[in-house]
Design a protein around this ligand. Sequence first.
Ligand code: PHE
Length: 439
Amino acid sequence: MILATAGSAVGLGNIWRFPYTAGENGGAAFILINLAFVFLIGVPAMVAEFVVGRSARTNAARAYRTSGGSSVWTVTGYIGILASTIILGFYSVVAGWCLQYLYAAIVGDVTGDSAYVARYFSEFSSKPFLPICWALLFLFLTHLVVRRGVRHGIERAAKLMMPALFVLLLILVIASCSLPGASEGITFLFHPDFSKVTTTTLFEAMGQAFFSLSLGCCCLCTYASYFSRKEHLVRSAAQVAIIDALVAILAGLMIFPAAFAVGVQPDSGPSLVFITLPNVFHQAFSSVPVVGHVISILFYALLTLAALTSTISMHEIGTAFVHEEFKTTRGKGAWIITGVCAVIGVLSSLSMGAVDGLTVGGKNLLDFFDDFTSQILLPVGGMLTCLYVGWRMPKKVVRNELTNDGTLHGRFYGIFLVAVRYVCPSFILIIFLHQSGLI
Ligand code: PHE
């Protein structure tokens, strides 16, 4: 179950989103702030979601009612369902790009100089039909798995694939760091320049922490409803956070040295991973192209799989909700979620250049959905969960969850209570108020 939760956490958020967000926010300082958020706010908020899920053992919306709340708190569940549905919509588009790159890696399409690779991405992603087809295919794959409920199959696959992804990442880190001119990228990643830190940096770092840990959208709450009573919740949360942070740092070490080596700007936005990686494969393995070819295929295959273990967890939240609350069959519930996500996905994909005007506040729809969910909905969901567990849930239930019915000893119950009552909610609130200019 820990691996399943790690499978949900580790995904495009680490390998696609983390490097480009760090790149846009100055590198090392952003990464340090992000790590502080992961461990100071992320871990307690994750434990809080675990507490709600394991004690209630039901779908997201109902969990907040049955675990001792009133229907007011059910709003937290609804926010989670809304957030996970929007995320699944635009995430499928990016996962679809991975499928295209997997195909391109197989047929040897993205090999050329860095200008060609950059052009390849912008031409492909702004096409009207092809990226939509890949996104819908990916969504359909997710749908099939969720509909059949083959949770165990996919988790078993994740068990094999996650370590494989880790090993491949390590190989690519070594390859990327040994490119000529890579040292500038390593400096960018590890030498913080705090003069560049603004409230927006804090805001983005918090959003990234929530997104990457799958926090604030009831995903962890849903998974925790399958946890055994013996699972040590605090330790599990810390393990998931460490795995997630490690994969993100490795992804940074894979992308930035390569970006600097081939002259790609670190702040190129969502295209960053897609325009630097093919260069790593191409240049680092130029003396043995067949190795580069095989590694690139394996990499995109595993990236697709990492994305799939995340999308399944997002889809499951909505499907379980529609199925239980509207008394439909599970299959019908899954179709409704797939349909809504398909609409969000199509609009997000078209906003990458195929159709003008699909923007909100100057951002294309894909970026808007991404920012709106990770920077607003997820932190609000996380804050409400902390407040709920800290102030509203019966103390006895919380204590039993934290100490496994009194069998675990230690001070973590007291520390946890302070964290979810005061520290997490006030941090999140202050950052919100500061960002909106109110303080
Ligand atoms: N944490 C996932 C990733 O990093 C994304 C995700 C967000 C998954 C919210 C589930 C819920 O890719």
